[in-house]
Design a protein around this ligand. Structure first.
Ligand SMILES: O=P(O)(O)OC[C@H](O)CO
Ligand SMILES: [Mg+2]
Length: 236
């Protein structure tokens, strides 16, 4: 983890992750996965959560059934079917994480180009954001996990590189891009794309996963744009 006194690059463009970073949706995945594992008398823990979060659904599903040793009884595909109806009823209740709207609205108002790069596919994205349309409209563009240019999910850099290409004047130099992520796979994807990454991890995530990030914050509310050459909050 870098010290705050470290000289940071000047950032021109910002990319946001969605699940667990802007929206408090990781808890829904945890809840349904705990429920499914309970059927097999097994428990879901944060070391497995750390491996799955941020990935595309099918990639995370494969990790889940393999790592828990249930793949002979439940295939990755059947796991996705089983959790789907539960997720569909939970996603429309998604709430914003602390500091998310303040930061997005601030960067947008100051003319900093911002976009979203999520592993989530379109159908789930629509459900999760249905109460937050006004805020997500401020994104210059949105790259989803089922986008044809995203061949591999996080930790592969595909989603972030596609996001960098779609800004006006893109592709934008990765060194000038700041990514906000909550997940180890997402932070690795950003670094694999050559970008800077601020990690806002769940406090239950083992701190060994923080090392990849350029900065680690406990909340988006703690972000200081000036440290990255971005316009300061007026009422900071
Ligand atoms: O964290 P995101 O937004 O890339 O989403 C990834 C999955 O949908 C959930 O872990
Ligand atoms: Mg995330």
């Amino acid at each position: 983890m870098a010290d705050v006194s470290v000289e940071r690059p000047i950032i021109s463009h910002v990319i946001f992750d969605m699940d667990g970073l802007l929206l408090d949706t990781e808890k829904f995945y945890t809840q349904v996965q705990e429920q499914i594992l309970a059927r097999f008398n097994k428990t879901f823990d944060w070391s497995l959560k750390a491996k799955m979060m941020g990935m595309k659904a099918i990639e995370a599903a494969r990790v889940f059934v393999e790592e828990t040793g249930i793949s002979d009884s439940l295939s990755a595909e059947d796991f996705l079917v089983e959790r789907e109806s539960m997720l569909q009823s939970l996603f429309p209740t998604s709430e914003l994480m602390p500091g998310a709207s303040r930061l997005i609205e601030h960067l947008h108002a100051k003319g900093v180009p911002i976009c979203l790069a999520t592993g989530s596919h379109r159908r789930h994205f629509e459900l999760k954001t249905q109460r937050h349309g006004e805020l997500f409209k401020l994104m210059h563009h949105i790259v989803l996990g089922d986008d044809p240019e995203v061949k591999k999910g996080k930790p592969a850099p595909d989603v972030f590189l596609a996001a960098a290409r779609r800004f006006e004047g893109g592709p934008i130099d990765s060194k000038k891009i700041l990514v906000f992520e909550d997940a180890p796979a997402g932070a690795h994807a950003a670094k694999n794309a050559g970008m800077n990454v601020v990690m806002v991890p769940d406090p239950r995530l083992d701190s060994s996963h923080h090392a990849i990030a350029d900065q680690v914050l406990s909340s988006l509310s703690d972000f200081n744009p000036s440290e990255w050459g971005l316009p300061a909050f007026e009422n900071a």
